[in-house]
Design a binder for this molecule. Sequence first.
Ligand SMILES: [Zn+2]
Ligand SMILES: [Zn+2]
Length: 94
Amino acid sequence: MEDQVVCPEYGRQGIGLACTHVAHAVDSGEPVGFFWGDDVDTARPDAWCRACERALRAVPAGQSTEAWFAACDYKVLCVACWDSSKHRLRGPRR
Ligand SMILES: [Zn+2]
Ligand SMILES: [Zn+2]
């Protein structure tokens, strides 16, 4: 079973979640970075920006990431927007 969303740009699509910073960068094109998990209950895994990645790494091992997840303020993106942000926001590797 797969959730779908009707995107103003791409029409009916499967979904992927992205942190609010990535979701905003879809419009602004700001290179906020792009990281993703291995979660597969949606068409794309959850994605987050460089700042959220840093926050995630700061969570002590074995501790719940629930607070981190809430702070990321995840938004629903359609698969096409998810894919295009992946290409646009990843930026050069450091
Ligand atoms: Zn973020
Ligand atoms: Zn879209």
